[in-house]
Design a protein around this ligand. Structure first.
Ligand SMILES: Nc1nc2c(ncn2[C@@H]2O[C@H](COP(=O)(O)OP(=O)(O)OP(=O)(O)O)[C@@H](O)[C@H]2O)c(=O)[nH]1
Ligand SMILES: [Zn+2]
Length: 188
């Protein structure tokens, strides 16, 4: 249950605490706007994004399927500022169980729209694909810039964090893993 009035109250208190006047013209509607924004960017809380993969169809393709450059916007759970970048999801279907390509992007979005850690996000995407599609294997790579590292703290804008989660056949078969990684990292 999303408590919009509670967020509004909290945002008003933050504005007061930083020495702003929450009643000045430009800020009057800000608590309401922020509450609505949080409702949108944290919509993945309480959702089970893996459910997007329940709708599958049959196609005898037991080769790699890679959806690259899925845009990613998430919120660092330590500082509640964004981290943003791209996710790449690669899997090898088994027994003709193939998902719609957009469902992989929906999966990424569902796990991203909550306070997150990049490592957990990467793992959750890979585990959901393994769990719901039972494929031969999955590789997920996430590349992101964390604004908590760019605009504050260490102030290292441009630093990118790359995380991967490798499952199934890609763990044992070095050639398959290398092929997946080279397709993922090609033309960056
Ligand atoms: N492993 C990991 N760390 C993250 C992620 N997002 C933010 N962080 C880090 O979380 C850490 C929190 O460190 P703390 O020492 O508790 O907080 P802080 O004093 O604000 O740290 P600084 O950012 O170094 O100023 C920082 O090093 C962040 O860079 C993430 O997705 N994964
Ligand atoms: Zn952070």
């Amino acid at each position: 249950m999303f408590d919009l009035p509670k967020i509004e109250k909290a945002v008003k208190m933050i504005l007061e605490a930083i020495g702003e006047d929450p009643n000045r013209e430009g800020l009057v509607e800000t608590p309401t706007r922020v509450a609505k924004m949080y409702q949108e960017i944290f919509a993945g809380i309480g959702e089970n994004p893996a459910a997007h993969l329940d709708k599958t169809f049959s196609e005898e393709h037991e080769e790699m399927v890679l959806v690259k450059d899925i845009p990613l916007f998430s919120m660092c759970e330590h500082h509640l500022v964004p981290f943003l970048g791209k996710a790449h999801v690669c899997y090898i279907p088994r027994n003709g169980k193939v998902t719609g390509l957009s469902k992989l992007a929906r999966l990424v979005e569902g796990f991203a729209r909550r306070p997150q850690l990049q490592e957990r996000l990467t793992k959750q995407i890979a585990d959901a694909v393994m769990d719901r599609l039972n494929p031969y294997g999955v590789v997920v790579v996430v590349e992101a810039e964390h604004l908590c590292m760019s605009m504050r703290g260490v102030r290292a804008p441009g630093a990118h964090t790359v995380t991967s989660a490798v499952r199934g056949i890609f763990l044992k078969n070095e050639a398959s893993r290398a092929e997946a990684m080279s397709l993922i990292l090609k033309c960056q």
